[in-house]
Design a protein around this ligand. Structure first.
Ligand code: DCP
Length: 657
């Protein structure tokens, strides 16, 4: 379906804020003596002084560039201070930068919807804040416009011989200005204030672009760096794009940009104006054609997503040149390290943000020895994510084997010489499909901490058995949404290849693969929560018994397991409860707590019985194990699920009872 055409008249106020030489600033804050000195941050790799990954603005004046190695940088700038990226587990440890980025985001998100786009950049939708300012406190009524705002670069502004500062002030104060320009002026004042707050509270400087859409705001934020902001009034857009080299546009730096240049002779974004939408669609498909037609006119309808947490977590490492990994055991060693880091971050996310990830993906880059011509990429592989270091490590290794089988061919992998046939130059594991856990389930976090320390895998582990036993094409490819602002996004040099792929969840479902054991564990307290709601509505009735029983299911999560006596009592009550169960009273919301026979569903979670990871069953009380196994093997259910005392019925809708 073609993209919906965004309305050019849609007067939104969007800002893109980007930290200046981010890693350098973080290091300078750690070591204030570095301030004012030419500084660069280098990757831990010691070859030729390490690779530069961030260059401070003082060093840039000497011609130091990110593509250089430390030794080269020293040649052009002998005084340069080279700071190493912190290292943990033999690889770059970016935690300090991630945390610094979060500090900044928490400040920038104060005035409107905020989307964290990478480790050091955000988009802000300031429309409402700007509208409110224009209505209550417009710039021409402000006692003074901040110096920071007056330093804005306003594109297309006529200087008329006056000083830039005076012209900018006049632009802010123009009472006859177009409404959209007035909104942008308010947006610019708000952004200047936010940047000032960031500086005051974190000591970091950042630059910003303020425009009517994300694309223009992003373009503008890089125009005047460091510590400055650029405003793009609508009237300046045409001129801006007219001369903008096509590869400066986000998403046109790669193959599409090259094709536009080579095949259509398009060098600037403005050059695209000569092509009709149909022509562009004919050549590049409906959506891309329309997108190109729109960007040529400065139109972009992309919303700022309200998201300040990452969409995924990743941990990766490259093994260049002689460091390439050539044996499964060396791959396993590194995978173990990467998975350990990933697991730590997942637990941190769970604890701090109450979120879990559902998909584990392995990416690798490789080459075949004796086959320098081969362009075949190592396929990325995904499977449902199970919490616990050992489980993640085991699953990641299975994903690697699955990828390797496909990469090199099953016959070769099994042959004795296989270890001489391939070399791995990059490995990364990532966790995606992150969702928030419902409130009321937080008590289980401790359980997961314990699980992480003591986790072992069991023979029941259908998740990874399936992953490993699938044919190469059976395992789905990498997640197309690995657009994490974490390692992958910023360490393109580490893991340059991300592969476009199918939605792995669907593949898992189709294949009956398990979802993480965590899901079932979380499902139960969540059912409990829903039923508690019902209890509140019908105090003291049979639903009260239901909630108490459900609490017993939660107990397996913590140390406070009920005594056998108590369990028997509850079981008795459960039977009573079923006997007593009636239709809900009018006005109650039983549907909220009812669960169908085939699906365990609620607002925040969706479960299918055949998606449940059986490994978790071993941890459940025996009677519940039996019943859940009944769900997992529906054909045998008649034998295993006793009428009247199953937890299926227990959670069934009243219509089913
Ligand atoms: N980074 C990295 N590897 C890269 C690119 C960047 O590790 N290939 C890290 C270091 C950077 C940070 O990400 O400090 C942010 O990258 P930017 O591209 O935003 O560049 P800087 O913030 O360093 O500089 P600028 O002021 O130009 O934005």
């Amino acid at each position: 379906m073609p993209l919906a055409r965004p309305q050019p008249s849609d007067a939104r106020v969007i800002a893109h804020v980007d930290m200046d030489c981010f890693y350098v600033q973080v290091e300078q804050r750690k070591q204030p003596t570095l301030r004012g000195h030419p500084t660069a941050v280098v990757q831990y790799n010691s070859w030729k002084g390490g690779g530069l990954i961030a260059v401070g603005y003082e060093a840039r004046k000497y011609g130091v560039k990110r593509s250089m190695r430390g030794d080269e940088a020293k040649k052009v700038c002998p005084d340069i201070q080279l700071v190493q990226v912190p290292v943990a587990r033999g690889k770059a440890d970016l935690a300090v930068y991630r945390n610094a980025g979060s500090e900044v985001v928490s400040i920038l998100s104060r005035k409107g919807r905020c989307e964290r786009a990478s480790i050091d950049e955000v988009y802000l939708d300031l429309t409402e804040a700007a509208e409110a300012m224009l209505a209550e406190n417009p710039p021409d009524r402000l006692e003074a416009i901040s110096e920071e705002a007056l330093k804005s670069h306003v594109l297309g502004l006529h200087l008329d011989g006056a000083s830039t500062r005076d012209c900018v002030r006049a632009w802010f104060l123009r009472s006859d200005a177009d409404h959209r320009d007035k909104l942008l002026a308010c947006g610019a004042i708000i952004v200047a204030e936010l940047r000032h707050e960031v500086l005051k509270e974190t000591e970091f400087t950042c630059s910003a672009g303020v425009a009517h859409n994300k694309m223009l705001a992003k373009l503008a934020s890089g125009m005047n760096k460091p510590a400055q902001q650029t405003v793009v009034p609508l009237s300046s857009v045409e001129k801006l794009l007219e001369s903008l080299p096509i590869n400066k546009m986000k998403q046109l730096g790669g193959k599409l940009g090259t094709s536009l240049q080579v095949d259509l002779g398009v060098n600037t974004v403005g050059d695209l104006l000569q092509f009709s939408e149909e022509k562009l669609q004919e050549r590049y498909g409906i959506n891309t054609g329309t997108w190109l037609w729109n960007i040529a006119r400065g139109i972009c309808g992309e919303e700022v997503e309200g998201r300040i947490l990452p969409k995924s977590h990743g941990s990766g490492k490259t093994f260049p040149g002689p460091q390439a990994l050539k044996t499964v055991s060396s791959v396993q060693k590194w995978l173990n390290e990467l998975c350990e880091e990933l697991s730590e971050r997942l637990l941190c996310d769970l604890e701090q943000n109450k979120r879990i990830a559902r998909t584990l993906t392995l990416h690798a880059s490789a080459y075949k020895l004796n086959d320098s011509e081969s362009l075949k990429k190592f396929p990325s592989k995904s499977c449902p994510l199970r919490y616990g270091i050992a489980k993640i490590q085991e699953d990641a290794l299975k994903l690697f084997h699955a990828g390797l089988r496909e990469y090199i061919g099953i016959y070769h992998v099994r042959s004795k010489e296989s270890k001489h046939e391939w070399a791995i130059t990059g490995l990364s594991v990532s966790a995606s499909k992150i969702v928030g856990i419902p409130s009321g389930t937080h008590s289980i976090m401790k359980y997961f901490h314990n699980l992480n320390q003591t986790s072992t895998t069991t023979s029941n582990d259908i998740c990874t058995q399936d992953a490993a036993s699938l044919s190469p094409s059976g395992l789905h490819l990498a997640d197309p949404q690995i657009d994490t602002y974490e390692d992958e996004a910023r360490t393109g040099h580490e893991m340059p290849t991300l592969y476009p792929v199918a939605d792995e969840t669907e593949v898992c479902k189709a294949r009956g693969l398990a979802i993480p054991s965590l899901d079932l564990v979380l499902a139960i307290p969540n059912m409990h929560m829903k039923i508690m709601k019902q209890k509140d509505l019908k105090s003291g009735s049979e639903n009260g018994l239901v909630s108490e029983l459900t609490q017993s299911k939660m107990d397996f999560l913590g140390p406070g397991l009920k005594s056998e006596k108590q369990k028997k009592k509850i079981e008795k009550e459960k039977v009573t409860c079923f006997k007593k169960n009636k239709q809900p009273k009018a006005g109650t919301t039983l549907s909220n707590c009812s669960l169908g026979r085939n699906d365990i569903r609620n607002d925040a979670w969706s479960y299918k019985r055949d998606e449940i990871d059986p490994t978790v069953l071993n941890e459940l009380p025996p009677e519940i194990q039996a019943e859940v196994r009944g769900w997992l093997h529906p054909r045998k259910r008649a034998k295993t699920v006793k009428k009247g005392c199953s937890i299926v019925q227990y959670f069934s809708s009243t219509a089913d009872l």
